[in-house]
Design a protein around this ligand. Structure first.
Ligand code: GNR
Ligand code: NI
Length: 167
């Protein structure tokens, strides 16, 4: 297993729209394992393939305290939605940035596992927030797209400065 490099905003590759996964092979399962390892090491509660520069519709989530509830979603789709929740969100592609985002509070997701088996999952709370945040990544959408352009510009400037100092 290995950890993968996470892209940071405003990297334009975060805007690429991911394509459906069509082949469920050993390479896909290795990628899923590497995404879990990368997410746990960060640490984060979710990771979309887009963030590691792989533009396939694949995401991993684990919102448990003990990092013992891994969920991988391949080709996820939200099929029912309802309610409203506002949550303070962070993102591994935006180190140190937190913003309140309004999302659906209850969702039903249909997806496939690493073997291509379809499954359905109902989610609420942080799990629902996280799945919506990750599916947005697959569509090239970022949590700062929900806040004002002024704030987004400030965040861009702050992160570019951090990146200059780090390199
Ligand atoms: O680790 C993460 N925490 C988080 C907190 C609130 C709402 C969403 C998230 S997802 C984020 C990891 C990440 O960037 N996933 O794309
Ligand atoms: Ni994110």
């Amino acid at each position: 297993m290995s950890t993968l490099n996470i892209l940071h905003f405003p990297d334009p590759r975060l805007r690429i729209k991911a394509k459906p996964v069509e082949i469920f092979d050993a390479a896909l399962r290795t990628l899923i394992d590497d995404m879990f390892e990368t997410m746990y090491a960060a640490p984060g509660v979710g990771l979309a393939a887009t963030q590691v520069d792989i533009h396939k519709r694949l995401l991993v989530v684990d919102v448990s305290e003990d990092q013992d509830a891994p969920h991988a979603f391949v080709n996820p789709r939200i099929v029912t939605r309802g309610g409203v929740s506002v949550h303070d969100e962070g993102c591994l592609s935006f180190p140190g940035i937190y913003e309140q985002v309004e999302r659906e509070s209850h969702i039903t997701v249909v997806a496939q596992d690493g073997d291509g088996q379809p499954f359905t999952l109902e989610a609420e709370g942080l799990m629902a927030v996280c799945i919506q945040h990750e599916i947005d990544h697959l569509d090239g959408k970022l949590f700062v797209d929900y806040i004002s352009e002024l704030k987004r510009g400030r965040i861009r400037k702050k992160l570019l400065k951090q990146q200059r100092q780090a390199s």
